[in-house]
Design a protein. Sequence first.
Length: 266
Amino acid sequence: MTEHPAPAVAPLLIACSHGTDNAQGRREIDAVRAGILALRPELDVVEAYVDVQEPDLVDVIASLPPGRTAVIVPLLLSVGYHVKVDIARAAASRPGTVSALPLGPDPRLAHVLQQRLVEAGVADDDAVVIAAAGSSDACAAEDVAEVQAVLGELRTGLVRPGFGSKASPSVPEAVAAYRSGDKPTRVALASYLLAPGYFHDQLGKARADVVSAPLLPSPVIAEIALSRYDDAVALSQGSSLDAAPCPRPCRALVSTCVRSGSAQTV
């Protein structure tokens, strides 16, 4: 009788979020993990966080079964400290563990932003500020710029970025820049945030005419998370999805790049 090898077990997917004290925000992230499982029920999906909530990513990595491969999928919209340091170190601490890219940039996110603006009653020609959390990492701003470019193609009105912290312009500064023009302008904030929480709460102080809801709930987030997982698995198995050096303009401004053909963010 011919013996057949046991089918390979798919790498475990660690859905790693920032963490929040906001109860609705926690429910939305829980729903993302549920959405991933609904799309890919054969996967083992584990929750982890880099701040605020537990289980902490470091503890999750330490508790993985010996020999089990794993992919950390950052449920984050841009690169930054958590991706390049916290998640990268956690991945590097254990053989067989790799990190995927964050959710953004992705054209699908711009389409969700536009959907939220329409739901909030924002006219197509209203001025829009994409309100992102912000990071001191130059590539995080480039991530937002790529989504901004796609959103700009979906609208006739002006679109510019604004950041909650560590980057310029701030969200209030971006709103004020529109107000300073000669022509009165209706300004909307497109909340480029996954879920309710501290940064979304701050948007109400920016003096915009309207603030859209965060990206979640949306099935798109789980779909993108699985795309990132699949890309990381392919890279870890030797497939060359993006072997060329990163061509983005921010590459020369940062010491660590996550988009240069490596499944490890180190």
